[in-house]
Design a protein around this ligand. Structure first.
Ligand SMILES: Nc1nc2c(ncn2[C@@H]2O[C@H](COP(=O)(O)OP(=O)(O)O)[C@@H](O)[C@H]2O)c(=O)[nH]1
Ligand SMILES: [Mg+2]
Length: 511
């Protein structure tokens, strides 16, 4: 029988049992410890499941509250569980870049009222005004002219080989054998022309091809209010390897509207003719001006293009172009490019400026005015003060639109479209003789940033008789640097110095 004595553990048994117990105890403790952390893990994985709310959900899992343990705690406590991290949403950017709205608000000056006296403009709802601020109010027109001529000649004496504000090496012409593969911008060379101008447009295109387009082969769009003759088409096709489109302008974009008052028109034409205003009585010239002002960018065949270069019969190009000016505009964000800057005949635009101000002071149209506009250039009145007087505050300075390289979307935009609707309903393309050049220029001066969006193609030597842009440049041949007019008495028609003053130091970044 087993006696108590017999039951006593032998020393060997005790030595064996101690580690066994310790191991058992260890596992028991480990198990007890593991219970809450498993619950926590379950809860954590619930909150991290992909279909839960993107923000940290306070909704307990379906089984919460039925079990004992952490899940049955109040929701507020669940919310602050330290090891439950809210789902971190990856920084997913929307596919569509957020639209960057152009700044249309006027610069905020401490005293808005002072801007008219200090800076020459006030741009507020139903209160848009412009005023020329002179630094020498008593200057005579003769002295103003001499001062401006000096500014112009000094500027033209500087080298103007190429613009400096862009890496021109990236927009060079393609190698001759790669021209078919050239990655062209959406652009066309535009010319409104009549069949009888076949020789004078041939003269233009021959040079234009030599100096520029044979290297790039941008397509031509010839526009006419009549059918182009076969002879005309064949001749143009023989001058270029580029594509040519011959377009008859739809009558509604060309013809004078029916509602124009014939009597008023005839009286106005006679009044202008009496002043020896060129083309005063020429109905087709009025149509042309209206078409180039407010219609040409709506021609169906031009819808596929964003940029255009306008050329005219009988002009001359003097610069051997070694870069793509459309790509230059596109890459710099510029919208309007010009070469010649002159005064218009004031009697032809007597009410263009007042009508424009009427528009800007209507509804919320003030918002279309770009606070960086060329207001001082638009209102300058010292060199030819009679101009600004007759034109009711408009200097008559304008970019000569027989040369233009520009962005068609500028005209297609809201500001230009609405303003053009306003001008159109006045009928004054017929009751006065508003030209497309002052019309484009007033819009450029009001709606664009004069320093960033308007470009003087100073490097492009050009003449439309009698006015020149002739730069100092190794790429120019055939004109005299700095020459402005074929007749000395026409030099006072130059408005470029006012533009140079307007854009100030920004010109130094380009030239
Ligand atoms: N198809 C067509 N083109 C015209 C008409 N009148 C003018 N043009 C063109 O419009 C542009 C400006 O006319 P232009 O006579 O040169 O005017 P200016 O430069 O102001 O003297 C030129 O390209 C002309 O060929 C017209 O009645 N029909
Ligand atoms: Mg012309």
């Amino acid at each position: 029988m087993i006696t108590l004595k017999n039951f006593r553990f032998s020393r060997r048994t005790i030595i064996f049992l101690i580690p066994v117990n310790l191991v058992f105890l260890f596992f028991v403790l480990l198990y007890l410890e593991s219970i809450p952390s498993q619950h926590t893990k379950a809860l954590t994985s619930y909150f991290k499941t992909p279909n839960t709310s993107p923000t940290f959900s306070t909704t307990p899992p379906p089984h919460a509250g039925t079990d004992s343990g952490p899940e049955s705690k109040p929701e507020s406590e669940l919310e602050v569980k330290p090891d439950i991290e809210p789902e971190v949403k990856p920084d997913v950017k929307p596919d569509v870049e957020p639209e960057i709205k152009p700044e249309v608000k006027p610069e905020v000056k401490p005293e808005v009222k002072d801007t008219l006296e200090e800076y020459g403009f006030r741009i507020q709802p139903n209160d848009v005004q412009f005023k020329y601020i002179s630094d020498d109010p008593s200057i005579s027109k003769e002295d103003a002219f001499l001062k401006n001529e000096k500014i112009y000649l000094a500027e033209m004496a500087k080298d103007a080989s190429e613009p400096k504000d862009f890496n021109m090496h990236t927009i060079r012409p393609p190698p001759v054998d790669k021209i078919d593969d050239y990655d062209r911008v959406s652009a066309t060379i535009v010319s409104l022309v009549r069949n009888q101008e076949i020789d004078s447009i041939t003269y233009t295109i021959k040079q234009f091809e030599t100096k520029f387009n044979s290297k790039f082969q941008y397509p031509y769009t010839f526009l006419n209010n009549d059918q182009f003759s076969e002879e005309f088409k064949e001749r143009m096709l023989s001058l270029t390897n580029a594509q040519c489109e011959f377009v008859v302008i739809p009558a509604e974009l060309w013809d004078k509207p029916d509602w124009i008052d014939k009597e008023r028109e005839t009286t106005a034409m006679k009044a202008l003719a009496d002043l020896n205003i060129p083309y005063a009585r020429m109905a087709s010239y009025h149509n042309m001006c209206r078409f180039y002002s407010g219609k040409f960018y709506n021609v169906p065949e031009l819808q596929k293009y964003k940029y255009y270069w306008r050329i005219e019969p009988d002009v001359q190009f003097f610069t051997d172009m070694n870069y793509d000016p459309f790509k230059y505009l596109q890459n710099t964000g510029k919208k309007y490019g010009f070469t010649v800057n002159i005064y218009d005949i004031d009697e032809t635009v007597e009410t263009l400026w007042p009508e424009t101000l009427d528009f800007l002071n209507k509804d919320d149209n003030y918002k279309y005015v770009n606070p960086k506009g060329a207001f001082q250039w638009l209102t300058y009145n010292e060199q030819l003060p009679k101009k600004a007087k007759v034109a009711n505050g408009y200097s008559c300075c304008h970019f000569w639109s027989n040369f233009e390289i520009a962005d068609l979307d500028f005209y297609r935009g809201e500001a230009y479209t609405k303003w053009m609707d306003h001008l159109e309903q006045t009928g004054k393309f017929y009751y006065e003789r508003w030209g497309d050049a002052p019309v484009h220029s007033v819009a450029v001066g009001l709606f664009l940033d004069s320093e960033k969006e308007v470009h003087w193609f100073k490097d492009i030597g050009y003449v439309h008789n009698p006015y020149y842009n002739c730069p100092t440049s190794p790429f120019v041949e055939g004109c005299e640097a700095g020459k402005f007019c074929n007749f000395a008495h026409g030099n006072d028609q130059n408005c470029m110095a006012t533009w140079i003053n307007q854009v100030g130091d920004s010109l130094k970044k380009v030239w």
